[in-house]
Design a protein around this ligand. Sequence first.
Ligand code: Z5A
Length: 211
Amino acid sequence: MTGRFITFEGIEGCGKSTQIGLLRAFLEARGQRVVVTREPGGAPVPEAIRAILLDRAHADMHPVAELLLYEAARAQLVHEVIRPALEAGAVVLCDRFADSTTAYQGAGRGLPRDALDSLHRLATQGVWPDLTFLLDLPAGAGLERARGRGEADRIEAESIAFHERVRQGFLGLAAGEPQRIKIIDAAQPVETVAGAVCAGIAALFGYAATG
Ligand code: Z5A
């Protein structure tokens, strides 16, 4: 595959969508073809699964059912959007990917890591990020930002303790894979975070980070 696969991770409200929009403009200004997508979602079947996952009416969803739905959405998104875009040479920017499952369903819900890793292999079909930005923020700060948007969805409505376990799960992943996962302090102003993202991208693509 000739394209590049870049993912953004972090707790709710950490600024992923904001940074993906800025990075898209940065890359397109340099002549890159960019495909932006998100998890769960990004295509008709994954969007339908997203609606089930985030619906507060499904408060009693079993953690394993939740895990399998995230992986099902991922399998379809990889098949339908991510792999074809990478094969066509595009830069794919994805708002969340398998690291989110390890953090939320692993660290957050307590599901075993070996089961998660097996399902990631099945769902991702060998497609894995070249670079991941972890926008790190204390759970309370992220939820405060996100809750400014209105009623919380099923996952947002979890306790601060759950979201803090998720945050620690992300940090643990980054500690184990420092080459792929770059931690950025997401409490900094938008422009400062964007500068750090561009520096990481410049290293990957070999061009100047300013712009
Ligand atoms: N989930 C899971 O459990 N397992 C999985 O495998 C996957 C996902 C893939 C998807 O929710 C939920 O599914 C998610 C994890 C779970 N739930 N939680 N929690 P989603 O897609 O609806 O939401 P999200 O992915 O968590 O993203 P978000 O809430 O849309 O936030 P964001 O994209 O990271 O942030 P933003 O929209 O760019 O910014 C949020 C606000 O902060 C906005 O008002 C911005 O203007 C502001 N902002 C952004 N940057 C800054 C800075 N630097 N300073 C100050 N304010 C800022």
